[in-house]
Design a protein around this ligand. Structure first.
Ligand SMILES: [Zn+2]
Length: 310
């Protein structure tokens, strides 16, 4: 499908005009209905929901940069009104999100001014984690929160870890038709490395020739021309936007990856968690009739357990 407008990540690459070898890999995502369903259940204040939407857009593009079987997580921790932003995604695109934040007064005081993230999260850090399901291996990258958008922290992380030059943009907006967010990522590809090594968070930097550097700078300039309205336009197919932005740089579209509103919680997982508690701990969580309600922080599903029957 080439005309998808939302709830997908569209991978693409740029070869430069008239060339055939990929020089820049790209990802563009737009989230709408799946993300709006997640945020509707949470019913967070708008200011928090907006950051969650950006977090989900970021999660979708970063996870699509890696091949893994398991879970990719983006978690931001701050010392401001918003304490935690967390979003994770499986290799199949099952996504969920959660936020922890202070009281209304703290949030209200952060409403003033244009840049949302620094005012809300204060100083903090962002962590990217890949948990491999089969091997149980875990990779984690950490960077300070810096800049007005979550994508800025991701850009800084790539830069700090001395990888190939990477640009990550994220944006979110509440519309009459629900929350829409978008993320755009561009990354240099070393010419010698024909095959992308995508099996972990870190990529080795390699020398780039002058032509590749030139192409990269042109792509950066074109990126800076992209309008928020274009990224968030629910009627503009992502492929069309890629062609519109990078038409002069030999864009090649790859198959999209769907993003779905799907939590990984289950009654079995909650039972395992309850089994890990002592009898006293369980009793302290239950009501007078021995009923214990466990609510999933991600999807808000309530599950009731009868302690007398466990
Ligand atoms: Zn859940």
């Amino acid at each position: 499908m080439m005309n998808e407008v939302s709830d997908v990540v569209l991978p693409f690459y740029l070869t430069g005009e008239g060339a055939t070898a990929p020089r820049i890999r790209g990802r563009i995502a737009r989230l709408h209905h799946a993300q709006d369903a997640i945020l509707s259940r949470h019913d967070y204040p708008d200011i928090v929901a907006g950051l969650c939407a950006e977090t989900m857009a970021l999660t979708s593009v970063l996870s699509s940069m890696m091949s893994f079987e398991g879970v990719f997580t983006v978690q931001a921790k701050g010392d401001g009104a918003v304490k935690t932003l967390m979003s994770d995604m499986t290799q199949d695109g099952d996504m969920r999100c959660y936020a922890a934040f202070g009281d209304d007064e703290m949030l209200q005081s952060a409403y003033q001014g244009p840049a949302l993230l620094p005012r809300l999260a204060g100083s903090g850090y962002m962590a990217f984690t890949v948990d491999h399901q089969v091997t149980k291996r875990r990779y984690q990258g950490i960077v300070e929160l810096d800049g007005p958008h979550l994508g800025d922290a991701a850009t800084a992380w790539y830069k700090n870890s001395e990888q190939l030059s990477t640009l990550v943009m994220t944006i979110a907006e509440k519309t009459a038709d629900g929350w829409v967010s978008s993320a755009l990522l561009l990354q240099q590809i070393a010419v010698s490395g024909g095959k992308n090594d995508e099996d972990d968070l870190y990529k080795q930097p390699e020398e780039l020739d002058a032509e590749s550097l030139d192409l990269w700078h042109t792509a950066m300039t074109l990126c800076s021309s992209v309008k928020t309205d274009e990224l968030l336009d629910k009627n503009l197919p992502l492929a069309d936007l890629v062609y519109r932005l990078f038409n002069s740089l030999g864009p090649h579209i790859q198959p999209t990856r769907p993003i779905t509103d799907k939590c990984r919680c289950s009654p079995q997982k909650v039972e395992v968690m309850l089994d890990g508690l002592s009898e006293e701990q369980r009793a302290s969580l239950a009501d007078d009739n021995g009923q214990l309600v466990v609510s999933c922080e991600f999807c808000k599903t309530d599950r009731t357990f009868d302690l007398t029957a466990l």
